[in-house]
Design a protein around this ligand. Structure first.
Ligand code: HSE
Length: 437
């Protein structure tokens, strides 16, 4: 059996540096567990002059990824450069050369995962991507292996640390969205384009990866309903608290009869729900399997060393197979690749859930009955109403929560309500997940 597994690293940024550091610091421990040494043979990056604060032999560094892709001595290519191209081309080239691949590239997997997974199968190599969702949290392995005997009934997850940090801060310490976003950016776990975090793009990528694993299917990103956190105001956070909820950006997947309901949006959840207590930049996953029942995973969804931990776990997993001369023991997705199908997502306007509305309505007799009349006409039943203060003739917030209603009916009702002369501005809508409502 091989006593040394060689890896080449493409991308020497934050996570790449973490991987090198982890291999330096825990290399002996890992070698003891694996029964072989993981040797870092080459590191490629466009900038090889910058100091990363760790000792690295200059001879390992190259600006040309081909030095890794064409090196017959390298068993595993670790792609940590991010972005779509040339990362996709490098991964495909590595596979063509019979090399295994480890990547943390969530955007690439969400859009080109099917192509990469099929290429891995065709070339008889492994692709590890534990770090792409949930950072250090072992959610990929859980879905692919630990819960293999289950039909996944649902997943509710906090998968974007930046949004969770912003919402937690706004909830616990107050402050406007803009101020708290600046703080998150300074802490270094936000994407370089903050829209990826706050508009839910990053989280939608992760939801797409989870869906392909849980249901063994391909997902078209454009079919996923996505809404970020930019419209959540301090007022809504305060009203949520009063109603016994906290607001979280949740990725939700639910198995319905022959369809999958999948959506990503800010969601009010009861404050005693485990997910409501996941704060700061932490990630968490509440998975329900038909046999396993509830499984809860929690941990750091980003950061140099936590993400490196997930990357190195993939390297070791693959190294074990390399030592035995096998590959593809666990397919990239849950199903055998032949069984992969297009996912059938439930049309978003058909979902049924609970809703919070914040109307901005003129304080005048009869206003409530006009609003509730439209809701009733659209089959929407009101659960609670809050109106604070009196500002006769001026706009005041009126908050309502509803029993289960259909999205299509809600949209139709809000269109009519927002056209009323007594309603000033667009009504705020936040979905609620509350079994008791
Ligand atoms: N920007 C991402 C987050 C980094 O905030 O979760 C980890 O994918």
């Amino acid at each position: 059996m091989k006593k040394m597994i060689s890896i080449g690293l493409i991308g020497f940024g934050t996570v790449g540096t973490g991987v090198v550091k982890l291999l330096q610091e825990n290399g002996d421990l890992i070698a003891g567990r694996l029964g072989a040494e993981i040797r870092l043979q080459r590191i490629a990056d466009i900038d090889i002059r910058k100091s990363r604060g760790i000792p690295v032999d200059d001879a390992l560094l190259t600006t040309d990824a081909a030095d890794i892709l064409n090196d017959p001595g390298i068993d595993i290519v670790v792609e940590l450069m991010g972005g779509y191209e040339p990362a996709r081309t490098f991964i495909l080239a590595a596979m063509t050369q019979g090399k295994h691949v480890v990547t943390a590239n969530k955007a690439l997997l969400a859009t080109h995962g099917d192509e990469l997974f099929r290429s891995a199968m065709r070339h008889g190599v492994n692709i590890g991507f534990e770090a792409s969702v949930g950072g250090t949290v072992p959610v990929i392995k859980t879905l692919k292996e630990s819960l293999i005997a289950n039909r996944i009934q649902s997943i509710s997850a906090i998968v974007n640390g930046t949004s969770n940090f912003i919402l937690s801060k706004m909830t616990d310490e107050g402050g406007s969205f803009e101020t708290v976003l600046k703080e998150a950016q300074a802490l270094g776990f936000a994407e370089s384009d903050p829209a990826y975090d706050v508009e839910g793009i990053d989280a939608a990528h992760k939801l797409a990866i989870l869906l392909s694993l849980s249901y063994g299917k391909k997902v078209h990103l454009g079919d996923l309903y996505r809404e970020g956190i930019t419209r959540i105001g301090e007022q809504d956070i305060a009203f949520a608290r009063e109603l016994g909820y906290r607001i979280k950006l949740l990725a939700i997947a639910i198995r319905r009869d022959r369809e999958i309901e999948a959506r990503l949006h800010p969601t009010m959840i009861p404050f005693d729900h485990l997910l409501a207590n996941v704060n700061g930049n932490f990630n968490a996953f509440h998975i329900i399997g038909d046999a396993a029942d509830s499984v809860f995973l929690y941990g750091q969804g980003s950061g140099m060393m936590p993400t490196a931990s997930a990357v190195v776990s993939d390297i070791v997993d693959i190294a074990r197979d390399v030592r035995k001369g096998i590959a593809g023991r666990v397919p990239p997705r849950v199903l055998d690749e032949e069984a992969i199908e297009e996912i059938r997502l439930m049309p978003f306007d058909q979902i049924r859930t609970n809703y919070y509305f914040r109307f901005s309505a003129v304080d005048r007799p009869g206003v409530l009955s006009r609003i509730s009349g439209i809701l009733g006409a659209n089959d929407i039943s009101i659960a609670t109403v809050i109106q604070k203060g009196r500002m006769q003739g001026r706009a005041v917030p009126i908050v309502m929560t509803t029993y289960k209603a259909r999205e299509r009916d809600v949209r139709r009702a809000l269109e009519d309500i927002d056209r009323l002369d007594i309603v000033m501005g667009k009504t705020v809508l936040i979905r609620i997940e509350d079994d008791k409502l």
